[in-house]
Design a binder for this molecule. Structure first.
Ligand code: DQA
Length: 163
């Protein structure tokens, strides 16, 4: 399976950006760990970090992947164009955050809202960089469990489409 790992604004500075919140592991280290984890499970990892919503959407439009793991950064809270791109990519998507947004929302209520959430099958948060590995596991377990489209009766597919 080809997993597309996307990281949004300011995540390129992980390691030095607010380490008391996000930890001291760099994005390069996270990507290396995520790649090794994906490869150990027979998958490949494609990856992009961008500070620009349009770049993330352009990458999603390439459609050369079978599932997506995304930390949208602050776009989580207002990125409606990104949300629509995720809905339209037609593959399972997992949302990942290093920090616990529920806890942080006690001081910063705007962090409680994730506009991308309706586009994802699961959210991992508050587990630091290891959460990226959990997100990959959730994605691969979901795909392993899902009956393939070819094996799904037409009637069941029609039922799914109606819900
Ligand atoms: C984040 C949480 C967001 O609220 C924040 O804007 C980020 C990082 C996280 O990984 O905890 O940039 O997505």
């Amino acid at each position: 399976m080809r997993i597309l790992l996307l990281n949004g604004p300011n995540l390129g500075r992980l390691g030095s950006r607010q380490p008391e919140i996000y930890g001291s592991t760099t994005l390069a280290e996270i990507v290396a760990a995520a790649r090794a984890h994906a490869e150990a499970r027979g998958s490949t990892l494609l990856e992009l970090q961008s500070n620009h919503e349009g770049d993330l959407i352009d990458r999603l439009e390439q459609r050369d992947y079978d599932g997506v793991v995304i930390n949208p950064g602050a776009l989580t809270h207002y990125g409606y164009a990104l949300f629509e791109a995720l809905v339209g990519c037609d593959v399972p998507v997992i949302e990942i955050h290093l920090s616990d947004l529920e806890k942080r929302a006690e001081r910063e209520p705007w962090r409680r809202k994730s506009v991308v959430r309706p586009a994802v099958i699961a959210t991992v948060m508050g587990k630091g960089w290891q959460g990226y590995l959990d997100a990959i596991d959730l994605l691969l377990d979901h795909v392993d469990d899902a009956p393939s489209a070819a094996a799904t009766p037409d009637a069941a597919r029609a039922g799914e489409a109606a819900t």
